[in-house]
Write a protein that binds this ligand. Sequence first.
Ligand SMILES: [Fe+2]
Length: 345
Amino acid sequence: MTRSNPSLPPVTVVTPADFALPNNGLLARGQRNLVDSWLAENGFVVFRGFDIGSDRDFDDFVATFNLPNFPYGDSFSNAVRTNRTERVFTANEAPSEIEIFLHHEMAQTLTFPTRLFFYCERAADEGGATPICRSDRALASLKREQPAFIERLAALGVCYRSAMPFEADKASGQGRSWRDTLGVATEQAAEQRLNALGYRYRWLDNQLLSVQTPPLPAMTQAPDGVAVFFNQIVAAGAGWRKRTGDEQPRLSYGDGSPIEEHHLAAAIDICYRHTIDIEWQDNDVALLDNYKVMHGRRPFKGRRSVLASLCAPVTRTPFVVDTKTSGMASGMASGMENGMESGPA
Ligand SMILES: [Fe+2]
């Protein structure tokens, strides 16, 4: 395993010599505790050299952990993916030259998985590593180096803006269609769903749907009490592209005010400072604690194929903006200021 950042603890790589998979059934309690201890220490673990040669084998491997499945179809993920089995789907299908920047999976939505499995069906010829960021360490550095930014995020939360096409756009890392994302067939049904979830929205040309999340927390505590930079600020700030007719920034504080460029640049820099790469080998599986670590995708050459399985989802409520800090009467970002024509009061 390559360590690109010697200041971080070594990556735990588990082989069949030290971890026996059950023939048929579930991991023993002691094995689950062992895996949990690896996750508690590093936030992720890599299983290498196991007899996992297909999407079916990967599905079976995930099943041994006996975690609730989080189907892609139920998620608000903005990535285009294709299901292989009930539990297994392709990772983000964005073109190989596109970098997917660090993020906690679905931290821009109200429901997110807490455990992520990735399976390397085929390693890239060049590049294609999965960068892993220790979110707790990144947040500690941000508090030291950018205290005003962190205080503002803590008080106001963060809103994300994205535009969903009518048809899936495979050229984009955020190209999932609004019909698929929302699980609806009509514009009216889309609006009902968004209203129920507290999103603001606006229809653009060609049935492009611009949406803005309600304010969401930008930080949280992992179940063990560790504070983490749990958001998609780096991914959205560095990578989410605007579309014609939808020119506003992809990010704002929860009161609708803009996040300063220098703060975004600092967050990106600091998070990548606390990052090491998983250099994939064929048939590797990585298990991530989505609270503890962010992940991304380096650009690559070749026919890389990495599959994913998301587990153990939790749902949270929108963030309540500190109105004393924001100076606003309402906790919801202003529709006028954000160019949103519709949405809940
Ligand atoms: Fe992801």
